[in-house]
Design a protein around this ligand. Sequence first.
Ligand code: SF4
Length: 329
Amino acid sequence: MTLPALPQFVTWQQALREAVRSLDELLHYVQLTAEQLDCLPDPAFPLRVPHAYVARMQVGNPHDPLLRQVLPLRQEQQVVAGFVSDPVGDGAAQKIPGLLHKYQGRVLLMSTGSCAIHCRYCFRRHYPYAQAQLHECEDKIAYIQAHPEIWEVILSGGDPLLLSDERLRDWVQALSAIQHVQSLRLHTRLPVVLPQRITTELLQALSSTRLRLVLVIHANHAQEIDAEVMQAVQALRGAGMMLLNQAVLLRGVNDSAAALVALHRRLGQAGVLPYYLHLLDKVAGAAHFAVTHAEAQALMRTLRESLPGYLVPKLVREVAGMPYKQPID
Ligand code: SF4
């Protein structure tokens, strides 16, 4: 069988522009049909996936763990009790548009509403980004200046690494100028889904600061971490950043001990330490990904038996209104 050729891109911006946005195109690359997968387009949260990520999917495999993360299934349209539009209480934690203050000493800034990939289980898939005035910087800086207890700022989104290098440099410099801020954390999926984004210019823009830099990437399966991702991660570490990973426990993607052990061993090889393994946030449209507490606990027991302690993530769930992520032992 001749497999469809995937295009190559010169710049990350071009790769982003040309990301796969149609179900038919994705199905063509993986050589599967909508009937086999029981999927259909969802205009409210449209398909988006970079070619670099598609290239790591196994052609002809309807159960491919990367495909399952981006595939809009018909099941998403079902209304399931308990699955809501804002499962983690982002709305209540928003102090000013685009700034969430949930936890002691830390604030989260939504710097953009865009992502390179649309993950079907995303707890912000219904977030009203358009109302969050994400491009306004001054109010957010003023809020942080007025709260001397804030020592860590989290740039999130959307995906903050979709901002231009110039815009990121502006954020880094504005935050560096606030004396009580010591640490800047970025939550990003780009090193995994669009590793081309990790350029020398980006590293320069981020590391021109006195702040301690922490980068939390988001990989859910070992198959996501290919040689190019390894290289991107090494470049980030080489620039002095602390690299952590958070994953979501997803039915049909990584809900087996073998998949989780392989993921955390691969992360260890890349020099990325595990941070959290999240139970699914109960967002509307994602119920088919849910794994029960009991299953998650059993998986964690096997992880503890199979991995050195430093590669075992903390299993947590976020409960709206609680002052920290709730550990599950
Ligand atoms: S915010 Fe993260 S999890 Fe949600 S769609 Fe974007 S990349 Fe995926």
